[in-house]
Design a protein around this ligand. Structure first.
Ligand code: HEM
Length: 492
């Protein structure tokens, strides 16, 4: 960022340079952009030479983009450095692209921050036969894995940890990170790790560092030319160490692999590699294995951890909602056993509150980058093959037409007059189409089982020695919840 700041300072202190820059910018927009993208390309805000709109994105690009959309419409273009990107605003535009024209807009451009994956692993793999086969396989594996048992085992450890705090303040975020990492770890490797296991502690540490350093770039992380960003070496080192730790586990599993035994996703993936060895296409290869583990681990842990943390923060700010959930749990589940997935259908208010948490704190405010797989006519515009397309998913959840008073935390917006859950088509926290979240089933099970177990077992309050942070996050690659402490007292 220092380079950008220096360029800006130089520009703003010299009127002649500024004049030349302005003229160059106009020429760039009028001639070069048209030459590259044609006249029928969406317009958008003008940016500075070299950096485009990057200096104007602010701390919350999703909100800046909503402002720009008021002027330029639901489909507009923004130049980020040398690349011009299409931004989609609102439910209809996103559905048109990612769902109705999914066969065109489901490509993935190269994402430099994920170089370590070598363009493999579900999040980064471009659309094609290998992507389709691996996605289908992953979704089937997750749907049939014994998720409830895995999560239940992890909830045992979580409740034990919280009881050990004996009502004293503890940082809520730590056990949430450990829980969600262990759940995805169990899905992948077939076993969990103790909170104080040194390898597990190291894994949590390097993973958080990698996410933090990548997240600081926010949507800028998708852009190749920003690889000069000062922390790049530190970021690469953190991703490298994270990858090494998972690779060690992979090597261990490889060495003890037995045909016919499936300890977790790794074994199931190895079965597929063997099954595909004589196939015509290389749909599952050894080279896909580690990137698949890495992408599932990072996509499947922080997302859920942040949702759970936002959930608790909101409930601390809205004790009446918390009490209503606890009353519903006491009435429908009682106190002699923990809530199970089978209870979900009897807990409409709880479900509505969880949906509201996911709406109001959409943890993925801007989608991952999609790529147009061919030139297409979209909403009257011509979008050339290879163009990067991003969805402002925040704009969907904050649309006043879809959600009256969108800033307000109000679970009852998901209930009908009889108190049953009322769906809203614009509630798409897992996105839509061929690149929607393949972990949705697991994520929803985890969020439900963990939060209901916590609320059934404990009364939570904020710590006396620390002001509870406001429900405002930092936009990185995810919408990050502030750290906070809580006190938990057993309810029975
Ligand atoms: C609250 C939890 C979660 C939320 C809100 C969430 C949300 C999303 C969203 C919005 C996308 C689409 C991004 C795009 O448009 O490119 C996505 C993709 C993805 N998610 Fe999740 N996710 C969650 C949990 C999980 C879990 C538990 C897993 C793993 C088991 C997972 C694995 C993935 C993967 C692999 C992709 C990439 C799919 C692709 O590129 O085709 N997610 N997620």
């Amino acid at each position: 960022m220092a380079v950008i700041e220096w360029v800006l300072r130089e520009i703003l202190t010299s009127p002649t340079t500024l004049f030349i820059i302005v003229v160059a910018t106009i020429l760039f927009h009028v001639f070069l952009k048209e030459a590259k993208y044609g006249q029928n390309f969406p317009s958008g805000p003008w940016g500075l030479p070299f950096v485009g709109v990057l200096p104007f994105l602010g701390d919350h690009p999703e909100i800046t983009m909503m402002e720009w959309a008021k002027k330029y419409g639901k489909v507009f273009s923004v130049r980020m450095g040398p690349e011009t990107v299409i931004m989609l605003q609102g439910y209809e535009a996103v559905m048109d692209a990612f769902s109705r024209k999914a066969t065109v807009f489901s490509g993935r451009p190269h994402i430099p921050v994920f170089d370590i994956m070598n363009d493999r692993g579900l999040v980064v793999l471009d659309y094609g036969p290998a992507f389709t086969a691996q996605r289908q396989f992953t979704m089937q594996y997750i749907a049939h894995a014994n998720n409830e048992k895995h999560i239940d085992g992890e909830v045992d450890a979580l409740l034990r940890y919280i009881r050990e705090q004996r009502g004293e303040p503890f940082q809520f975020n730590f056990p949430m990170k450990a829980t969600t990492s262990n759940v995805i770890g169990t899905v992948l490797f077939g076993s969990r790790q103790e909170y104080d296991d040194p390898v597990f502690k190291r894994l949590l540490q390097v993973f958080q560092k990698a996410m933090l350093l990548s997240g600081q770039l926010s949507i800028r992380q998708f852009l190749p030319f920003l690889s000069f960003i000062p922390s790049v070496d530190e970021r690469k080192a953190a991703w490298g160490e994270f990858s090494d730790i998972l690779n060690e586990k992979l090597v261990e599993h490889r060495a003890t692999y037995r045909e016919g035994t499936t300890r977790g996703f790794i074994d199931a993936f190895i079965h597929k590699i063997i099954e595909n060895e004589n196939g015509v296409q290389n749909l599952f290869t050894e080279a896909d294995l580690l990137p698949s583990l890495l992408t599932l681990y990072f996509a499947g842990s922080d997302t859920v951890y942040l949702t759970l943390s936002w959930g608790m923060l909101f409930l601390l700010h809205h004790p009446a909602v918390c009490k209503r959930i606890q009353d519903e749990l006491d009435r429908e589940v009682g106190k002699s056993r923990r809530p199970t997935l089978a209870d979900r259908q009897n807990l409409p208010y709880t479900n509505a509150a969880l949906m509201e948490v996911q709406r109001l704190n959409f943890i993925a405010p801007i989608s991952g980058p999609h790529k147009a797989l061919r030139t297409v006519n979209f909403r009257g515009y011509t979008i050339p093959e290879g163009t990067t397309v991003l969805a402002n998913q925040w704009s969907i959840m904050m649309d006043e037409e879809k959600w009256p008073n969108p800033q307000q935390f109000d679970p009852s917006r998901f209930l009908d007059e009889f108190g049953n859950v009322k769906k809203n088509v614009a509630w798409i926290p897992f996105s839509v189409g061929k690149r929607s979240c393949p972990g949705e089933v697991l994520a929803r099970q985890e969020i439900f089982l963990v939060l209901t177990a916590l609320l059934q077992a404990f009364s939570f309050r904020s710590s006396d020695s620390e002001a509870l942070p406001e429900c405002v996050g930092k936009t990185g690659s995810l919408y990050v919840c502030p750290d906070f402490h809580v006190c938990a007292v057993p309810r029975f």
